[in-house]
Write a protein that binds this ligand. Structure first.
Ligand code: OFO
Length: 174
């Protein structure tokens, strides 16, 4: 496998692993603060990031490269508030999108069209994740400091995850 592409893919493996740990820290913080909906959302998001990492690891190995399993820095333990959590999530997703774009660029420079094709899945995924983070953040900004509103927001988030899981199961997904 092209060594420049391989090393960019390994960098991306590290980013996905860091994302998973970062969202796990947010999930744990939310759970400890009685925000069950946010905790469920973040636990699910953390699992998705781990899946993104695994998909990259398998791709690198299948293409004859060597996937590197990275050491990860410890994520924060504490967050200011719910708004801060989702602001950090959006900021993080924007930085991941930038690194996916760099990866696409490297694939084109190195004329690795197979990896370019593979990476398109991540391009679409980032588009969806950024849009979702923006929608949630807009809602939180509208609620402001109204505790009743934040309680309802968290409850709605929990209900939307249960609904998404149920329809996923009905469609045969996991
Ligand atoms: Fe891996 O999708 Fe977000 O970061």
């Amino acid at each position: 496998m092209n060594t420049r592409v391989e090393s960019a893919l390994n960098e991306q493996i590290k980013k996905e692993a860091s994302s998973s740990q970062f969202y796990l820290a947010m999930a744990s913080w939310a759970e400890g603060n009685g925000l069950n909906g946010t905790a469920k959302f973040m636990y699910t998001h953390s699992d998705e990031e781990r899946f993104h990492m695994l998909k990259l690891i398998k791709f690198v190995n299948e293409r004859g490269g060597t996937a590197l399993i990275p050491a990860i820095e410890q994520p924060p333990v504490d967050f200011k508030n719910l708004k801060n959590v989702f602001e950090l999530l959006l900021k993080h997703e924007i930085s991941v999108t930038e690194s996916i774009n760099d990866l696409v660029d490297i694939c084109l420079q190195e004329k690795d069209y197979t990896t370019h094709n593979f990476v398109q899945w991540y391009v679409s995924e980032q588009l969806e994740e950024e849009a979702l983070a923006r929608t949630i953040l807009d809602k939180i900004k509208l609620i402001g400091n109204d505790n009743g509103g934040l309680y309802l927001f968290d409850r709605d988030l929990e209900a939307s995850i249960i609904q998404a899981n149920t329809s996923n199961q009905m469609n045969g997904g996991n």
